[in-house]
Ligand binder design. Structure first.
Ligand SMILES: Nc1nc2c(c(=O)[nH]1)N[C@H]1C(S)=C(S)[C@@H](COP(=O)(O)OP(=O)(O)OC[C@H]3O[C@@H](n4cnc5c(=O)[nH]c(N)nc54)[C@H](O)[C@@H]3O)O[C@H]1N2
Ligand SMILES: Nc1nc2c(c(=O)[nH]1)N[C@H]1C(S)=C(S)[C@@H](COP(=O)(O)OP(=O)(O)OC[C@H]3O[C@@H](n4cnc5c(=O)[nH]c(N)nc54)[C@H](O)[C@@H]3O)O[C@H]1N2
Ligand code: SF4
Ligand SMILES: [Mo]
Length: 915
């Protein structure tokens, strides 16, 4: 057994992980106490990493046209078909779609092959859906895609503004750091700006539940307010910026009285002015923004509206100050560094950076091989799929992302993929929604096997280390790309044997012809040339470090722009005039509800990894629709009922969750469910593909939908042993189904709109007849179970899922069955009840770390443990990663209000008052 340091593969916090490796198994993980991102903490997703590994479900062999082949055959096929496409339709008919979940080394090699040697500019990444607006705004105002802040700045700030970020769920460790800092510094204030009351509001002194899409108006209003109240930093503005007058004039095109701004943003005027006052009167302010800002058809402008206020107050380049765009994916930053966006070239050089094309050509040239770089930018993600639809792009290589799920108008994307003559997919998992469209499937190594670097949200480069061998024939992404490059005749430029060599080349390019043009300033801020000399050992031992890392700053750089000099030609930052625009997806009489989409605490994107850990499936087990209780009532929807959302482009089915934190006229759905887990639960199918004109980032937060109840005559819960599946015919007969992996069984939740035919089909399909049965003819409810040789094979309950017992007991019986053990006689009569005598139902899971359910928590609160600390002492809930503390608090609050269980919701907007 040994311990190894690596980095979490999920969110952009980039936590250091200590992995325990026993022979060829990773048995456990804990937070790395020495890693400056997390100092030993992990959230529930990180701490469940060991549970998501294993060969089960992995892609282990290459496939060409549905047939398993060896690597040589697969790689030859990739090269031959790409070449054939180029010969027939030109280099630009070839495209790649990458991901912020690739390692920097994978990304670098892919960018070099496609842009450098295949000569197509059409290489984009899922960061387009995520960070593109933040990138465009930083470049427009600061002159470079350079996040000014560090995590420490959040702790040192006097005011932290979370805008369009649910930090508590999506960057949990950073949220815990902020929470701790706030406890230590009682003067620190936190403001949350989000149409939804989220768990992040737990630490908020002020909450602004603004109308969706109205952020630019709010921050323009703040700028004007600062000017009116004499709160501008005129010296800073004069010495270090340009553009104040234009930005202010644009802001003042709208009525800038607090009342008018409050009315447009639909927030309370007094609260709004409190925020303005706090922001204007503190110097140490960090505004942390994320997808509620970026995922908009005017996302770039919104980011600039925020940056404007920081520049106007001189709140940047100081400890505890700055506009901080928090990145989502573990290596979204690394992708930006290598040039993984279609409008970038490489190493923070764009096509229009003077001399860049020639410089990169020189750098990539070999003795007998000269790259042929494209002359200008390529298609951004949404445009790329439109070009596929038009037949212009005829070959697409997708790596580590799932466009069939995560792009807006997902059904149209699927139709384009179906039409595309050549689709190559590099993927770790065997079964995803993209696979049906793939002609060639390449098995990639995954976290714990891959070896390379990632860059987190604070520009910190950390090592992800290869600890295990990939299963079957899976290979590293960089290796696969380099092999194809060899076959296309570019071997000389891709002669890598180890990721350390790729990293060194990437580091060299960052410093290539990048001499300081001003003391301490280089043409390109992204410069890690001091790492170019790392040999394999040095690379293996590389400790986390923040770029730039140059000869002048060999230990990295925590904060940028401290001297007030920016990366623009004249060294001054730009305030940018912003004219607020509303969402492009318009509400109308039919689609009158605003659709908000986003994440849940315990799942990662399309659930290919987190969906494998049973304890992560419990917090939100089914696709859901969150709606304000008043709206639900008006529409005839009850809590936990099934409902249907429809838009001009698609349909979504899920379970209603009444939420008092939801504004009226809006619904929220999660982005995680795919066809692997449910029917018609793709959030992306509901969104029209409108993008920001500059960044190309889609408007994923502002759809237009209608909601209707889904008529259900009958609902059933079926638990089946892990080797069994509900057949396609049964699924198709159901109006709703979802699969919820438990530890040792699968739970299927099914509903039928009418009659008994569907249910009959289900029971007919069961592998063994019922051994136990009980029913209640008066209500039509029944339960049954099937045993084979005394071993439990299936368990069925017909009736509302609210009546389910806690499933841990039943799951344990399936575990015994999987080991070949028959059901104990004494338990046979308890089987249909699903618990031993006295065993209480657990209810929905609240604390994933310690597996504590709502029922136990509510009971403890009633017994007098009415504080987070007391609950922790009794049940251990909330004592590990802390992510469930907001939920614990709202349960305490609800119990004290003596409310019925009908509104099981988050905090109410009123609960978060001006302190
Ligand atoms: N658990 C978990 N964590 C993750 C991920 C995951 O899949 N699961 N994914 C990672 C990735 S890639 C990313 S990009 C990040 C995203 O992290 P976040 O941006 O925090 O995530 P979201 O839930 O998409 O959206 C954030 C908030 O924006 C709000 N919002 C919607 N419209 C508006 C608006 O008009 N104005 C404002 N101010 N707010 C609005 C939503 O209500 C939501 O609460 O999370 C990362 N972390
Ligand atoms: N409606 C709506 N849509 C959204 C968003 C939203 O908020 N609302 N958010 C957007 C954002 S911010 C993001 S980042 C995207 C995320 O969306 P996607 O990138 O599509 O989602 P993932 O599930 O992360 O896809 C990663 C895939 O790569 C595989 N994989 C993992 N590691 C590796 C590896 O090392 N190599 C290879 N080859 N494959 C690997 C995984 O199994 C998985 O299938 O969704 C976007 N779409
Ligand atoms: S906060 Fe993010 S990086 Fe840290 S453990 Fe959780 S998912 Fe991983
Ligand atoms: Mo993202």
């Amino acid at each position: 057994m040994h311990q190894a340091r690596t980095t979490c593969p999920y969110c952009g916090v980039g936590c250091g992980v200590l992995a325990h490796v026993d022979d060829d198994r990773l048995t456990d993980v804990e937070g790395d106490g020495d890693h400056p991102a997390n100092y030993g903490r992990l959230c529930v997703k990180g701490s469940a990493l060991a549970e998501t590994l294993g060969e089960h479900g992995r892609l282990t062999r290459p496939r060409v046209d549905g047939v398993e082949v060896d690597w040589d055959t697969a790689l030859d096929a990739v090269a031959e078909r790409l070449q054939a496409t180029r010969d027939a339709a030109g280099d630009q008919a070839v495209a790649a779609y990458l991901s912020g979940q690739l390692l920097t080394e994978d990304y670098y090699v892919a960018n070099k092959l496609f842009k450098g040697f295949i000569g197509t500019p059409h290489l984009d990444t899922n960061s387009r859906l995520c960070m593109a607006s933040a990138v465009a705004a930083y470049k427009r105002s600061l002159g470079a895609d350079a996040v000014p802040c560090s995590y420490e700045d959040l702790e040192e700030a006097e005011l932290v503004v979370l805008v369009g970020s649910n930090l508590a769920w999506n960057h949990p460790v950073l949220y815990q750091r902020l929470r701790t800092a706030k406890t230590r510094n009682p003067l620190m204030r936190v403001v949350v700006i989000d149409p939804r009351v989220t768990d992040s509001c737990e630490i908020a002194d002020l909450y602004l539940g603004l109308a969706p899409g109205s952020d630019a108006r709010l921050f323009n209003g703040l700028l004007a307010w600062m000017a009116d109240k004499g709160k501008l930093d005129t010296i800073y503005l004069e010495q270090h910026t340009r553009g104040l007058d234009e930005a202010l004039a644009a802001a003042r095109e709208d009525d800038c009285t607090v009342e008018a701004i409050a009315a447009d943003c639909d927030v309370d005027a007094e609260r709004l002015e409190t925020f303005f006052y706090w922001f204007a009167s503190q110097l140490h302010v960090v505004t942390l923004y994320s997808q509620g800002i970026n995922q908009s058809s005017s996302g770039t402008d919104k980011c600039n509206a925020i940056i404007n206020c920081h520049l106007a107050g001189g709140k940047i380049g100081l400890p505890g100050a700055g506009p901080f765009s928090i990145t989502g994916q573990p290596n979204a930053m690394g992708g930006r560094e290598v040039g993984g966006l279609a409008n970038q070239l490489a190493a923070h050089m764009d096509y229009d950076s003077p001399g860049a094309i020639q410089r990169v050509t020189r750098f990539w040239s070999k003795a007998s091989l000269t790259p042929t770089l494209p002359e200008g930018p390529g298609h951004k993600a949404v445009e790329l799929f439109e070009a596929i639809e038009r037949g212009e792009v005829q070959a697409l290589w997708v790596m580590a992302t799932n466009p069939a799920v995560s792009l807006p108008d997902a059904n149209r994307v699927r139709a384009a993929l179906a039409k595309c003559p050549l689709v190559i997919v590099s993927e770790c998992m065997a079964d995803t929604d993209l696979m049906p469209y793939a002609d060639i499937v390449l098995p990639a190594s995954s976290w714990s096997e891959k070896n390379g670097t990632v860059t987190n949200s604070e520009r910190r480069i950390s090592r992800q280390r290869g600890l295990l061998l990939p299963p079957g024939e899976a290979h590293h992404d960089w290796w696969i790309i380099a092999q194809v490059a060899h076959r296309l005749g570019y071997g000389e430029a891709f002669a890598y044997e180890h990721p350390a060599e790729i990293f060194a080349e990437h580091a060299r390019l960052s410093g290539f012809e990048n001499a300081p043009d001003h003391p301490g300033h280089r043409a390109r801020m992204f410069d890690i040339s001091a790492l170019a000399a790392l040999d394999r050992e040095g690379y293996d031992a590389l400790a986390p470090i923040q770029w730039p890392v140059t000869a002048d700053v060999p230990h990295g750089t925590a904060r940028l722009f401290e001297d007030g000099r920016f990366a623009t030609a004249d060294g001054r930052a730009r305030l940018f005039p912003v004219r607020p625009r509303g969402p492009v997806q318009a509400l109308d009489a039919t689609h009158s509800l605003r659709l908000n989409t986003g994440r849940v605490r315990d799942q990662w994107h399309t659930m290919t990894r987190t969906g494998r850990a049973a304890r992560l499936m419990n917090h939100r087990a089914e696709p859901f629709i969150e709606i304000a209780p008043e709206d639900a009532q008006a529409l005839g929807l009850g809590d936990q009922q099934l409902a249907r959302l429809t838009s001009a482009t698609g349909e979504y089915r899920g379970r209603v969750r009444l939420s008092r934190g939801q504004r009226r006229g809006e619904v929220f759905v999660p982005i995680h469910w795919t066809d692997r887990f449910s029917a018609r639960a793709l959030a992306g199918s509901l969104l029209a593909a409108h993008v920001d004109p500059l960044s190309g980032q889609p408007e994923a937060k502002h759809g237009a939908v209608a909601v209707t109840p889904l008529a259900t005559a009958c609902e059933a819960t079926l638990l089946v042993a892990g080797d069994l599946e509900v057949s396609e015919t049964v699924r198709q007969s159901a109006d709703y189904w979802t699969r919820i992996p438990l530890g040792h069984a699968d739970r299927w939740q099914l509903a039928w709109g009418e009659g008994e035919a569907g249910l009959a089909r289900l029971t007919e399909s069961l592998p063994v007849p019922a051994s136990l049965w009980c029913d209640d003819p008066a209500t039509g409810r029944w339960r049954a179970a099937g045993l084979e040789d005394g071993r439990l094979r299936w368990w069925l309950m017909v009736g509302p899922p609210a009546e389910l017992p806690g499933l841990a007991w039943l799951d344990a019986r399936f575990a015994e069955a999987a080991e070949g053990l028959p059901l104990e006689d004494g338990r046979r009569r308890r089987l249909l009840a699903g618990c031993d005598d006295g065993g209480a139902a657990n209810g929905p899971l609240v604390c994933s770390c310690h597996q504590v359910g709502q029922a136990a928590i509510v009971a403890a609160i009633r017994a007098g443990d009415a504080s987070v600390e007391a609950l922790g002492a009794r049940l251990a809930c909330g004592t590990q990663c802390g992510s469930c503390i907001p939920e614990l608090k709202s349960l305490i609050e609800e119990s004290s209000e003596e409310e019925g269980p009908h509104v099981r919701s988050e905090q109410t907007p009123e609960a978060v008052q001006v302190a």
